[in-house]
Ligand binder design. Structure first.
Ligand SMILES: [Zn+2]
Length: 250
């Protein structure tokens, strides 16, 4: 990876460009609205996608970064549909974690339809831990990196319906997050582009389905829109009223 701006509060990994925006874009916007920085790291260039070329996906990811307002976006080249569990791939992800020193890491869920999503989940979960090991050395641009263990690991929810451990109220940011999603236009249904192959997400109505799920998750917590997340560990409550606010503290 190329060196770019450092420390962020949240670092969101995705196996492919657009995973992050589709699954947790509204939550990332909410985090930024709360005054915290966010960086995104795509593990692959999405070069095996049925739709769009690596070049169009690159420019779409750059446009999404601008629209969403991330501090930075890193695109690794670990191999779309060849995202294997290797020491080299693990080391590249550890490099990114040590560079951005996040408090919170998001990644694909461990149980998913696309094999790359599950592989990404395993790689990032392990890198999350190994990045903190003193004895594991990585270098970036010739300099030895300091170990860093982020505080929290969160799995977002993609195609498979998984029961979330918690749901974030994204009523205020859901509409804006759609702008980020729509920058990946090569992946979605467009009027007049009927010649292109139809994929699962290229169907007319896919984005409506995505909104329906956000509405459903919102219903579960009594808000308009929600995004659900899984925790690999039991949630530790430190600031009690931060997690369970009173009426006047909302
Ligand atoms: Zn994906």
């Amino acid at each position: 990876m190329k060196s770019s701006a450092g420390k962020v509060y949240a670092l969101a990994f995705g196996a492919h460009p657009d995973d992050v925006e589709l699954a947790c874009g509204a939550t990332l916007l909410k985090i930024m609205h709360e005054g915290h920085s966010v960086a995104v790291c795509d593990l692959t260039r999405g070069e095996m996608g049925t739709l769009g070329t690596p070049e169009t996906r690159k420019s779409e990811a750059a446009a999404a970064t601008k629209v969403m307002g991330y501090q930075s976006r890193t695109t690794l080249d670990l191999g779309d549909s060849k995202l294997f569990y290797t020491d080299d791939n693990l080391a590249e992800i550890i490099q990114v974690i040590r560079h951005f020193k996040p408090d919170v890491v998001f990644t694909n869920p461990p149980d998913e339809r696309h094999p790359d999503h599950m592989k990404a989940s395993k790689l990032v979960t392990d890198a999350f831990y190994y990045a903190g090991l003193q004895q594991l050395t990585t270098t970036l641009n010739g300099e030895v990196q300091q170990p860093h263990r982020p505080k929290h690991l969160l799995y977002y929810i993609q195609f498979k319906h998984l029961q979330p451990d918690f749901i974030v109220d994204v009523s205020e940011t859901f509409a804006a997050s759609r702008e980020g999603v729509l920058t990946f236009s090569s992946q979605f249904y467009r009027e007049g582009a009927a010649e292109e192959p139809v994929t699962l997400i290229k169907r007319k109505g896919f984005l409506t389905g995505l909104e329906a799920r956000a509405r459903y998750f919102g219903e579960q917590i009594g808000t308009m829109y929600g995004e659900g997340f899984l925790l690999p560990a039991t949630l530790a409550v430190t600031l009690f009223s931060g997690v369970f606010p009173g009426v006047r503290e909302k």
